[in-house]
Write a protein that binds this ligand. Structure first.
Ligand SMILES: Cc1cc2nc3c(=O)[nH]c(=O)nc-3n(C[C@H](O)[C@H](O)[C@H](O)COP(=O)(O)OP(=O)(O)OC[C@H]3O[C@@H](n4cnc5c(N)ncnc54)[C@H](O)[C@@H]3O)c2cc1C
Length: 427
């Protein structure tokens, strides 16, 4: 059965709106921000609350990029286990990043509370699900590393995992009580609305085409107008589009798709993720599962449902749902959508120095709700106060990603091949 699509569920269900008229005149500001996702909006909010004048330019609408399309898992940390981060970055910077990101969900929850953002925030943790015995061994190691660093993780056996998820498909799970889920577009819009209340000027339909520095400050061009500012933050992540810029962020673009069912009937809802935990699994081509406030089951996986492999991904979602939740096998999919993840070679986010008081934050590698909020907030402080020590990772002059096109093709082809055969089509 092909997925029926009402498009992006988050657009259909968000109750938060933002007034962001197109840039229609030249402007001056302390800080100009390009991109209206978690990173840009968090930066605009922090900067405006510190009394700075802020102009944010968004090519489309607030949350158009990954921020309005993602699964909504508010995780503590990156994809990588902490010891891998430490090995890659060195002990001190690695431990610092792990520590900062461990507190990222707390920052997200505090902004949701302070700004009263209506984003279906559910603070009941996440479950990293073992898809196979090898996955459970991986989780046991992640548990060991996390606990060693003070994380309040719990390793759950298959029985307890079944009790929480309502599925017997998993071999155990790792529960992280710091984490949770949000309606991501509402969170992005809520941050933007809060930034506007704090005095920031946000402009949608304002695609930046040129960025220059004349020795005194930045000139950013959009809609034929120029915004002049002392500081610049580029917050376009995977959606970097059409900006004439000397040093551009480099990353591999990876597709991820989601399929949301009609709301589950009440009698099934009681036993399926009744705690509202967000889930993803340990498979190399990973899958995610969560429910929204209306009780829709949202199945996600690597791959682009809008591309040539779309029918394969849609058929996979139906089989995956049937395999993990046979009780939902006949529930129709009402929404399907996809987005692009900005992956770096080592899966660690980057901060690129663009020039004097100019930074780009990108490469969250699929973990951008907590990290985007943290990087945006801290980048605003670093730029306004000329204090780079505030940044979660040291800025670099250049970041080179090799073979970005072949790697993107590799991810998509791998996802298509995996989804074509697993779960088996005729099981
Ligand atoms: C399908 C999917 C699932 C994901 N799931 C999760 C998850 O569960 N948990 C998690 O933590 N992370 C997840 N992520 C990652 C997360 O969504 C991103 O890392 C995060 O949204 C990045 O936020 P951002 O603000 O940096 O960039 P974005 O939200 O991508 O925003 C960039 C913005 O820049 C704008 N832009 C681009 N070019 C220009 C220009 N020339 N002028 C003006 N504006 C421009 C774009 O229109 C866009 O709105 C997922 C990502 C995807 C795609």
């Amino acid at each position: 059965m092909a997925a029926q699509t009402g498009g992006n569920l988050w657009r259909a269900s968000s109750t938060v709106s933002v007034e962001a008229p197109p840039l229609a005149a030249d402007a001056r500001a302390d800080l100009v921000i390009i991109g209206g996702g978690f990173t840009g909006n968090a930066a605009a909010l922090e900067a405006a609350r510190r009394g700075a004048s802020v102009v944010l330019l968004e090519a489309e609408t607030v949350g158009h990029g990954g921020s309005g399309r993602n699964v909504g898992l508010v995780n503590a940390g990156l994809w990588l286990p902490p010891q891998d981060v430490i090995k890659l970055m060195g002990r001190e910077p690695g431990l610092r990043l792990v520590d900062i990101l461990a507190q990222a969900p707390a920052l997200v929850w505090s902004l949701v509370d302070r700004e009263e953002i209506e984003c279906e925030a559910t603070r009941n943790g996440t479950l990293h699900l073992a898809h196979a015995p090898s996955g459970f061994r991986d989780l046991a190691e992640r548990h060991r590393q996390g606990v060693e660093l003070g994380a309040p993780l719990q390793l759950l056996d298959a029985e307890e995992t079944k009790r929480r998820t309502g599925s017997s498909a998993f071999h155990g799970s790792l529960f992280d009580p710091r984490a949770g889920t949000i309606q991501p577009l509402s969170y992005a819009r809520g941050l933007a609305a809060a930034a506007i209340r704090a005095g920031a000027k946000l402009h949608g339909a304002s695609k930046v085409t040129g960025v220059t520095h004349d020795g005194e400050g930045w000139q950013v061009t959009a809609n034929g107008h120029v915004v002049k500012a002392k500081s610049l933050l580029l917050a376009t992540n995977a959606y970097f589009n059409g900006i004439d810029l000397g040093t551009r962020p480099q990353f591999v673009k990876v597709g991820y798709s989601q399929f949301a069912t009609a709301p589950m009937p009440e009698h099934l809802r009681k036993n399926i993720l009744a705690g509202g935990e967000g889930c993803w699994d340990t498979a190399m081509v990973m899958s995610s599962f969560r429910i929204d406030r209306a009780g829709r089951m949202i199945v996600g996986g690597i791959g682009n449902e809008g591309g040539a492999g779309g029918p394969v991904h849609a058929s996979w979602a139906r089989r995956k749902l049937r395999q993990v939740y046979p009780q939902l096998a006949d529930l129709p999919f009402e929404h399907a959508w996809h987005g692009h993840i900005a992956m770096t070679g080592d899966h660690v986010p980057k901060i690129l120095r663009l020039g004097p008081s100019g930074l780009a934050c990108f490469g969250y590698s699929g973990r951008g709700i907590g990290p985007g909020t943290v990087f945006g907030t801290r980048a605003a402080i670093a730029l306004l106060e000329d204090r780079e020590t505030e940044l979660p990772v040291a800025p670099v002059e250049q970041h080179v990603e090799r073979f970005v096109e072949p790697k993107a093709l590799y991810y998509e082809t791998g996802a298509v091949l995996t989804h074509a055969i697993n779960p088996p089509p005729f099981s």
